[in-house]
Ligand binder design. Structure first.
Ligand SMILES: [Zn+2]
Length: 44
């Protein structure tokens, strides 16, 4: 099972962190959110 993915809405800028990925799609503003990161970075 995947863990810790980050999704971003390109319309409004919402960012959602998913701790446990169940396989469903995340939606915001009527569109699917885009995955921007698959693992938390120790330093940015
Ligand atoms: Zn949105």
């Amino acid at each position: 099972m995947r863990e810790y993915e980050t999704y971003k809405c390109n319309k409004c800028g919402n960012i959602v962190e998913v701790q446990s990925v169940g396989g469903g799609e995340l939606h915001c503003c009527g569109e699917a959110m885009q995955m921007v990161e698959t693992y938390p970075k120790s330093c940015v």
